[in-house]
Every structure is written in structure tokens, then in C-alpha cells.
Design a protein around this ligand. Structure first.
Ligand code: ADP
Ligand code: MG
Length: 679
């Protein structure tokens, strides 16, 4: 007897070997395969007249074979089998490459149904390597056909066959986890029905409805998990810090905080003085002034006698924070230390000592702060900058070094709303939605190679005015990828041939930390006119005198990343510019880049970026530490997510003893068990 927990090897046609292959797709039980949803569907619902077909359509046709299949050898040891079919409206050639057996299957004067893409032209229509079935079996062949995500060694037929068996044996055994009121309220089908319809839908509406239900369930469970984490933490409580006179800090700052900075700071201090544990995200576009808020929090912690660890994603950024903050804070009696992986052993040991003894109240560093050797005397606050680059696990690992320290997360890349709600669903959020005064939008131009001379003259002009220029290249060294400008080559070319009268510097990720620092330092000090760089400068680097950002091969970057790069200029009082060289990309690439000419709104850009590239690429990797979603799609309508959230929050209020709670809690545990750092 098959049950939901049965190993898939017991399904007909699977066996040990294929079960192993499916295992690699995360499918090992009957329930797994029920929840292994199609990626898309083939529309084999309607049979079309051959005479009506246009090139490039995917269609079904029904026809009689009117010329016997003939197989010939072609180059490379391949074969081509050709036959002609006809219906009442026209004829079409059917061509198979390397499918000699098709010739044996398809008999002269018999009728078949075919599915495939129409090629050729209106006079001579063709279909290459179509799927087909004898006319007598058209009933089975026609319909909506699921297309599963596959890996080598597994065929569509194998998966859909297995799903069919699993559905007929077990679809009704799947526990209904969504409470009935919720299903009624949001018009969601029952789980067994939804599973049948997501795999083998009656029509496309049913498929969409089924997917909506499964996505809703997933988001409901995810939200429930996040809310439970948050509740558990709130119950535990956090260290209550005392209010601190902030005026000395404010006086020492070279500027007034913006209203938004004040609000975010008040949120954070409110948390830390409340007796609850702070878990707060400060989200703000590039240049919104997150560092000052972090510094104010560090001051607050220092005056409370505790320590603050401030983790940045790159050495350059950690160094820059240190260089900017230590003069300000040390004057106010807050001792600072810098700790990065690239430091000399002696300097590093000294930083470790300052952290361990408690002498330093603010320890700024990279993920080196997480290293085993580092310990703190009394870690009261952990700040992570540019959080999306750290896994959730890294945030947790640093927090382990104290006794439930408060946590403040700073995210510079505005992430789309759906994603934020999910990724940071266990955090409270403050938004820095105001740029410091006097900022102008960076004028942006997406251009092609024909603008090269003009842009070179523009670079010269900008530098003549006493300003500085960043030029970003996608590669470090020559010819890593055909057609990409490398920072090394481009810097040499500019210095020798284009701008011999200017001072050109170079910085990239493969340089030693000291070299990087020297180059960045020289640029910041105005000793270089042009800094050619890779994306190491993407985050945080602050040189207010730089007013022009040129990006080579801009089509190679995501929109959010370009927006981030553009944020390196426009940080001072001068009018600033960003030039995006399209590179080898096509007209679509140009259209994509033009979006940046139109808007400076990081959130709008992030939404666009997510739509274009999907969530995986948006983060550059799967390192974001989210449970993996299968039915829900992060580019989806944010409405489904807010409905699921609303329903889950309501449900939790009903308490642990209500019917269905235990079943849902099991699903929460299952979803979150794939990612232990959530617990
Ligand atoms: P981000 O939010 O991108 O980390 P930063 O903290 O690096 O932004 O701040 C960007 C720039 O704005 C820095 O040069 C900083 O000194 C300046 N800045 C921050 N807050 C203010 C303010 N309230 N008034 C004027 N300048 C500010
Ligand atoms: Mg920053």
C-alpha cells in the first residue's frame, strides 16, 4: 500500500536507480512528488488546421502521412527522417533528427496527432522533432500537459507517470492544513483537488487557481514560522539599556541628522531601552546616511558601558567606516577598533585584545569578527551593514558572541517588497526614506560605443573642474570573458593612450588589502583623478568629490547593482553623472539600461530587477538563507503574500489549542528544518 511517506522507488517505472536521480531533485517520498510542481504547461488542448498555421507557433495538428518516412545520413553521423502529412486545409513536412525509430512508428496513410513548433514559411510549413501519437490515442495526447523541472536521467514522461500514480493512490491522504474559514475567505480549493489540478489541470484557470492555493499555503506557513520566531524572541526579552544624553554626539557630527535618521535612531533606542530584544532592519537607499545612525547607536551602547560590533561586507568598507567614525567617536570617549582578515598579525592581535578586554566599545570589521579567535567582553549590540550579502546564519553567528545582544541590520539595496516581507519577516523595520539635504539626482545616460569620444572629452572636462571619476569594469584581468573590459587593461590603456596627462589609479578584488587601501586612500585624498575599479567599490565607498561614474559593459550588471554603483557619486554638493556603456548587449539591454535614466528610486529599480532576473540572481546566490519556496514565486503579486500574512497572523492569535494548529506547526517545522539558522 502506498502512503505519503512511501519511498518513490515503489512507484511503477521508478526503481532504485531512478529514485536516486529523483532524490537529487529533492524528491524521495510520494508526498514529495505530489509537491513537485510543473514549471509550466504545454497547451495541447486544440487541434489546429494546417492551413492556418503561422511560423513560430506551438500547436497541435492532426494529419495523415502522405509520403513514407525516409531517413538519410547527414553530417556528423546524424540522421534526418522526413515525411509529409496533410489535413483538409494543407500539407506540412515533419522532420526528425536522430530519431530513426520515428520512421518505423509512423506509417503511410495512417493518421497521427503532432505537437511542436511550426517553422519554415507560409508556403512550406515544417515541424521539427514534434511529439506525436496515433490518431486513435488522440484523446490521451490532447489536453494540458505538465512540464516539470528536470535533471539528467529523468524524463517528463517518467515524472508525470509517477505523479499520476501518486495522485490516484494518495492525493486524498494529504492533510488539509489551511483552516476552512481561510479557504472560504480567499476562495482557495481544497488541497487534494488543488494537487490534482496543479499537475493535470482541466483548464488553465483551474491550474492557476491550484497554484494560487499551494502558494498561499506556503506563504501562510512561512509567515506563521516567522511570527512564531518573533513571538518567541519577544517573550524571552532583551537587555534593558538606559537612556543616554545624545546631545554630545549630535554636536560632534559635522551635520544635522535628517528627520528620517532621527526617526530610525529613535526606533532603535526605543527597542534597546524597552526590555525587549531589538531585531530591527533599517532600510534606506544608497546615500541615505545609514552609517550615522549606526554611529549614534554605537555611541549609545558605549555610554551604556557595553560593546558594539559593526560588521561590513568588505574590507574596504570596514576600513572606511573605521576611518570615518573613530575620530568622531574617540573624541567622545568611545574607543574604536578595526578587525579584518587582511590585517597584519600584530594589528589583528591588538584588535582582538581590545575586543576581548572590553577596552574598545566599537569594533568595526568584516566577517573576520565571527572568527573563533574573536571574543568580546560584553557584546550588547550587533550591527550588520549591507545585510543581504551576509547569510542569515552569519548574523546569528556574530550574535552568538554575546548574551543575546540587540541586533540592527542595515540594508542598502532596497529589496522588493515581497522579498523584504519574507526575508526580514522576523524583523521590525525602519525606513530611511529621506536623503540628506542638497543631494541632486545623478544624471544618468545609457550609451553605446559611438559615444566613446564624447564621453572621453566629458571625463576630461569633469576632471578639469577639479572633480574625480570612477570607471567600473566587469572583469579584473584581460580576456577573462571575451569582449569584457578588464580593469587592469582599461586602466593601462587610459593612462598610456587616452589620458596621459591625468593620474589614473586601479583597484580590484584580487589586490592585497594594503594595495586596495592605498589606491582607495589616494583617490579619496584627491591624489588620483580617475579610479578604474571592479565592483569592489559597489558598497559604501564615500568620495564626495567624485562626480562621474562610468560603467563599462553595463549590460553585464543587474539594475540594482548599477543603481548601487551610481550611488557612489552625487554624495557631495556638485552635480553628478553616471554613464552606462551598453557593451555587446542588444537593444533589449539598452532598453533595460534606459530604465535607470528615468528613475532614481531604488525600490522601483529593485522591483524591475527582480522581475527581469528572478530572486536567485537578484541576490547573486542562494545564500540568502530563506527556506526554499516551491509554489510561491517571489515576483508574484504582493497581494497574495499580504493575504496569506493577514490570515496567518489572525490564525496564530487563536492560540495553540485550536483545531488544525498542530498540523500547521508540523508544516512550519518541516519548512524551516531545511534552514536551521532560522531556529
Ligand atoms: P548609506 O546609507 O549609503 O550607507 P552613508 O552613511 O555612507 O550612506 O552616507 C552618505 C553620505 O551622506 C556620507 O558622505 C555622509 O557623511 C553624508 N550624510 C549622512 N547623513 C547626513 C546628513 N544628515 N546631512 C548631511 N550629510 C549626511
Ligand atoms: Mg553604507
Amino acid at each position: 500500500m502506498l502512503t505519503l511517506g512511501s519511498n518513490i522507488k515503489y512507484l511503477k517505472g521508478i526503481g532504485e536507480k531512478r529514485a536516486e536521480t529523483l532524490g537529487r531533485l529533492g524528491v524521495s517520498t510520494v508526498e514529495d512528488i505530489l509537491r513537485y510542481y510543473p514549471r509550466s504547461y504545454l497547451d495541447r488542448t486544440a487541434v489546429r488546421n494546417i492551413g492556418s498555421l503561422l511560423p513560430d507557433e506551438n500547436v497541435c495538428v492532426s494529419g495523415q502521412v502522405i509520403t513514407a518516412p525516409q531517413t538519410v545520413r547527414i553530417s556528423g553521423g546524424r540522421t534526418r527522417t522526413k515525411l509529409r502529412i496533410a489535413d483538409d486545409t494543407g500539407v506540412m513536412d515533419i522532420i526528425f533528427f536522430n530519431q530513426k525509430y520515428a520512421a518505423g512508428n509512423l506509417k503511410l496513410y495512417e493518421s497521427y496527432v503532432f505537437y511542436g513548433k511550426v517553422t519554415g514559411d507560409l508556403i512550406r510549413r515544417e515541424m521539427i522533432n514534434p511529439q506525436y501519437a496515433p490518431g486513435a490515442k488522440a484523446g490521451e495526447f490532447l489536453g494540458i500537459v505538465p512540464v516539470y523541472p528536470l535533471s539528467a536521467g529523468v524524463s517528463q514522461k517518467l515524472v508525470s507517470g509517477a505523479v499520476k500514480q501518486a495522485l490516484s493512490a494518495c492525493a486524498d491522504l494529504v492533510e488539509e492544513t489551511l483552516p476552512e474559514e481561510v479557504r472560504k475567505k480567499f476562495d482557495l480549493p481544497q488541497v487534494g483537488l488543488a494537487l490534482r489540478q496543479i499537475h493535470f489541470p482541466e483548464n488553465f484557470d483551474a491550474a492557476q487557481n491550484a497554484r494560487r492555493r499551494m502558494a498561499f499555503e506556503e506563504l501562510f506557513v512561512l509567515t506563521m514560522g516567522l511570527v512564531l520566531i518573533k513571538n518567541r524572541r519577544d517573550k524571552k526579552g532583551g537587555r534593558r539599556l538606559r537612556a543616554v544624553e545624545m546631545a554630545p554626539f549630535m554636536k560632534a557630527l559635522p551635520y544635522e541628522l535628517t528627520g528620517a535618521q532621527h526617526r530610525c535612531l529613535a526606533d532603535a533606542i526605543g527597542d534597546m531601552t524597552s526590555g525587549r530584544l531589538m531585531n530591527r532592519l533599517i532600510q534606506g537607499d544608497v546615500g541615505s546616511g545609514k552609517t550615522a545612525v549606526a554611529a549614534a547607536c554605537a555611541y549609545f551602547i558605549g555610554k551604556n558601558g557595553g560593546q558594539c560590533a559593526y560588521m561590513a561586507p568588505t574590507e574596504i568598507l570596514a576600513e572606511q567606516h573605521y576611518v570615518n567614525l573613530s575620530p568622531l567617536l574617540e573624541k567622545l570617549g568611545i574607543k574604536c577598533a578595526l578587525l579584518t582578515g587582511g590585517m597584519k598579525a600584530a594589528a589583528r592581535r591588538e584588535a582582538e585584545r581590545l575586543a576581548e578586554s572590553g577596552e574598545a566599545a566599537l569594533i568595526i570589521g568584516t566577517h573576520a569578527l565571527i572568527s573563533q579567535k574573536v571574543s568580546f567582553n560584553d557584546l550588547a549590540l550587533v550591527i550588520t551593514d549591507e545585510q543581504h550579502r551576509f547569510g542569515v546564519g552569519q548574523r546569528a553567528a556574530l550574535a552568538e558572541k554575546g548574551q543575546d545582544p540587540h541586533i540592527l541590520v542595515m540594508s542598502a539595496t532596497p529589496i522588493p517588497r515581497t522579498l523584504a516581507l519574507i526575508m526580514y519577516g522576523d524583523l521590525d523595520v525602519s525606513i530611511l526614506d529621506e536623503l540628506p539635504p542638497g543631494r541632486q539626482a545623478v544624471k544618468t545616460y545609457a550609451v553605446d560605443e559611438s559615444f566613446r569620444d564624447r564621453i572621453n572629452r566629458f571625463i576630461d572636462k569633469v576632471i578639469n573642474k577639479g572633480r574625480q571619476v570612477f570607471i567600473v569594469c566587469p572583469a579584473v584581468e584581460e580576456a577573462e570573458i571575451e569582449g569584457l573590459k578588464s580593469a587592469q587593461e582599461h586602466a593601462a590603456e587610459l593612462q598610456q593612450n587616452i589620458f596621459p596627462h591625468l593620474r589614473v589609479g586601479l583597484v580590484h578584488g584580487r589586490m592585497k588589502s594594503a594595495e586596495k587601501e592605498a589606491a582607495m586612500g589616494a583617490f579619496a585624498a584627491g591624489e588620483l583623478d580617475i579610479l578604474v575599479a571592479t565592483t569592489v567599490i559597489e558598497v559604501g565607498v564615500d568620495v564626495p568629490n567624485a562626480t562621474l561614474m562610468v560603467v563599462e559593459n553595463a549590460d553585464r550588471f543587474g539594475l540594482s547593482q548599477l543603481h548601487q554603483l551610481r550611488g557612489r557619486v552625487g554624495r557631495g554638493e556638485h552635480e553628478s553623472y553616471c554613464v552606462l556603456f551598453k557593451g555587446a548587449g542588444d537593444e533589449n539591454a539598452m532598453a533595460r539600461l534606459k530604465a535607470l535614466e528615468r528613475t532614481n528610486d531604488g525600490f522601483a529599480i529593485a522591483e524591475e530587477d527582480l522581475k527581469q532576473r528572478g530572486p536567485g540572481d537578484f541576490f547573486g546566490s542562494r545564500q540568502h538563507g530563506l527556506p526554499q519556496l516551491t509554489a510561491a514565486d517571489l515576483t508574484m503579486d504582493v497581494r497574495l503574500l499580504s493575504q496569506a500574512q493577514e490570515a496567518a497572523e489572525d490564525f496564530i492569535k487563536g492560540g495553540e489549542n485550536q483545531p488544525g494548529y498542530a498540523a500547521l506547526k508540523r508544516r512550519v517545522d518541516a519548512l524551516f528544518s531545511t534552514n536551521s539558522s532560522f531556529n
